[in-house]
Structures are given as C-alpha cells and as structure tokens.
Write a protein of this length. Sequence first.
Length: 146
Amino acid sequence: MLKKYLDAAIQEAKKGLSSGGIPIGSIMVVDDEIVGRGHNRRVQRGSSILHAEMDCLENAGRRNASDYKRAVLYSTLSPCDMCSGAILLYKIPRVVIGENRTFQGPEGYLRSRGVELEIVDDSECFELIQTFILKNDSLWNEDIGE
C-alpha cells in the first residue's frame, strides 16, 4: 500500500511541475482511502502558503478530528516548519516522506511530539526535485525561505 500512495503523491508532484510549479506532491489517506491530494502551487496561485501539504489539506476539505487522528500524510519531500505545524495542529499521527536528502524539515520536533515518520528515500522523489533545483535554484530558494 505504501508504494501505491507514494506513487499518488509523486503524480501530484509531476502535476505541479507540468503546470509551472515546484515538483512536490502530497496526499492524505484515511482508512486506506485517499481523501486529499495536493501539490505545491505557490507559483501558479501567487501564494505564500500553498506548499503541497497545505494544498492537500485544503483539498481534503473540512474533516472532523477523528479523521485526522486516523490519517496518514504522504509527501514527496520532508515537510517544512509551516506544513509540520499543520500536521501537529490536526494531530495527524503518521507521515510518510518520499525523501529528506534535498530538504529536511523539523523531523526531530515532529517525532518529539509523537508523530511517526517513515523516510522512504525514494529515488524518483529525489531525482524529480534535484533536476528542478538545477534549473530553478532561485525559485527553490524562495520556496524554502532562503
């Protein structure tokens, strides 16, 4: 199941890239059903906050607290401070991360707050973002607040 859901997040990342944005994707799964999908749309929407995880949560719509407590969030890249804050706010207990070599958010803090993290170190996730950064380093730096 993990591969199926990570592949769905990778497809979201590719949607982001093909629409002129940064190739990071995310999905949220509750009870083995994808309930939210998103990709980084900061460029496309002129947004300061539409990272993939934030877009995914927005697209999942209003959910009750018990849904979030059963959720698994998949992201092709380690969530940043902002996205990690949303994970903590909604008490999402598990996050599967495609890769964290390119960027590592506050993973230790998430763990210290009881969030289970699984780092897959997926080569497709890594290559997708690395290829993007080589061609778009200033946009990448903007996205991570550098």
